[in-house]
Design a protein around this ligand. Sequence first.
Ligand code: ADP
Ligand code: MG
Length: 708
Amino acid sequence: MADMNTDIKKLYGVGKVRAEKYAKMGVYTVGDLLDHYPRGYENRGDVRLLSDTSPEVKSSVVLTVSTQPTLARLKNRMTLVKFKAHDESGFCDIAYFNQDYLKNVFPVGSEFRFYGKVQMNRNGYAMTSPAYEPYGDGSELPPLLPVYPLTEGLTQKQIAKDMKAAMSIAAYADAEEDYLPEEIRLRHSLCVRSYALRQIHMPESFAALAKAKKRLIFDELLTFALGVSMASGKIQRHAAVPCHDTDISALESILPYSLTGAQRRVIDDIKRDMSWDCAMNRMIVGDVGCGKTVCAAAAIYIAVKNGLQAALMAPTEILATQHYGDLCELLGKLGVRCELLVGSMSAAEKKRVRAVAASGEADIIIGTQAIISDGVSFARSGLVVADEQHRFGVNQRAVLAEKNNLSHMLVMSATPIPRSLALAIYGNLDVSRIDEMPPGRQRVDTFAVDESYRQRLNGFISKQIEEGGQVYIVCPAVEEKEDEEADLLMDDIDFQGQVRTAPPLKSATGYAKELSDIFPQYKVAFLHGRMKGAEKDEIMRSFAAGDVDILVSTTVIEVGVNVPRASLMIVENAERFGLSQLHQLRGRVGRGKRKSYCVLVSESLNIEGKAKERLLTMKKCYDGFEIAEKDLVMRGPGDFLKGADDSSVRQSGGIKFRIAELCDDAELLTVAFDEAKALLAESSDLAAYPQLADRINKMFTLEQGTVN
Ligand code: ADP
Ligand code: MG
């Protein structure tokens, strides 16, 4: 008997090849397939008259076949099935290529619902290869057709068909089963899971879809909350070697500046933590550029002074290299021996660094997370510093804590996360805030403009470059809209089933090309999250070196690379970004002496609403913590859960969200954490809820594939 754990290969028509494609998206079982939610829908229920359609967007029309379909042979072995169909507003030529069998599918007088772009030709309207469904045979046609995230070699049709099979198995197998305790479900007015799954894949209405979405988001947030709470429970206050000598005046005396009050407070926290025989477990939170690194340097110096070694881990190779450069220069003067360990080094070099770490000759090893957590052994490990920018990685931290027994732990994060969320998400991590910028830091003047400024903006770009500056341009989307793109994104449907309409997205690929044409004299480069790490690093490096004038990218550049000459940040479709994200992006410029600017481009400025309100907030507000609080109120916790990478797999610290990124309800996350706490109080290992435990395992440990 098939059930949720049945191998996907058991579905009729799914062979080894297709199963491999599914595996790439993390789908192995029938249950996994049901958890593969649409990224949007085709709005086929919005049936229009031909005269009421527009040629740019796909429309749904109900037409009666007026002429017998004919089959013609064209050149290049192509064939064409053609006929006319009509509604009360006009006639439409309908054409299909290379599908001869369609000749017999459309009898004169029968009605069909067609879906596609309606173009004009000299005879009237025309549609090429529209999707079609027989209409008027008494059965209701679904109003919304799912559009799934795909991976190469899989089509929407295949997924839809397999999904149907999976749904019928679900209907038998766990019709009445719902792993969410009923009190929780009722307390938050959530629908049952089987209903949610049915409606997310085949919505009967917007209202039903909204209910389904809320339930599935809750499930995901609850799983996340449970996993985080369990993991942070594991970060025990273990023993550590106390550092009795916490005098850093030698370090202070060689700094080219004096520490800010905020930095002093953080360093005092660190000194206090490290002087105990119980491990420090602290996070430094503060805006980009506020000077977290020197606090970490103080911690490292203290560790080394007390005879311990330290490891510093950065999320990317460039950042690791940057830290290495800075720390070598600073700590080197105090006799601290620094070593770098990154993937691009030769095997012999890596071996040497591992050896000096193990022998204790090196005081600090700086490298990428992957490399350091993957087997560097220290003679006297005493401190682990993680510069993780804004990934949470609670789970990795738990692993790290286990591995680095006896070590103090310090994490730096550039996400000024609101207090309420920090408590929920970080659990028992102590947090120090740096809420003050070093003196003399310039403010990045911020403007919000619409398309009508495009010409002037191009002039401004060129002025910046002529004056020796560099330009970042950030776009939300990667490629041109694919043909199979949903016209309604999951993101655009709120919990009430209302649809938000948003301006079309500027594509990064297309725009990069456009800019190369406008500015043939400048070097334009393009960077996006789906590139390989080494490729990304290379582009970033040449931008940092000044070999590239304009860097067009998706949000990947949020990760904290320092390019002092960058003086202009342009964000396209700025309405798509959360405040905190915009703030992070703005922090990429103004890092040198050059006067810097941030320009937010958005058509939403012409529409009263939250998007406009957000953009205007950015003009007024420059404090990261204040912005974070506002963001939480305006957008919900989604942005804080998101990772720095813009790949459409929603992830935070390695945890991938399928649907919760879209969460617009700040309360839901807090609720999820409260419920998680209550559940764990009742059953600390979740033995009473094996299915929930299962989901947590999947979310936190499974290596899931990427999805386009
Ligand atoms: P982040 O918090 O983003 O990691 P960094 O530690 O990289 O910021 O610091 C940003 C810049 O500010 C560095 O060039 C650093 O030398 C400088 N800086 C840090 N603290 C101070 C200070 N107290 N006064 C002046 N400059 C400072
Ligand atoms: Mg930093």
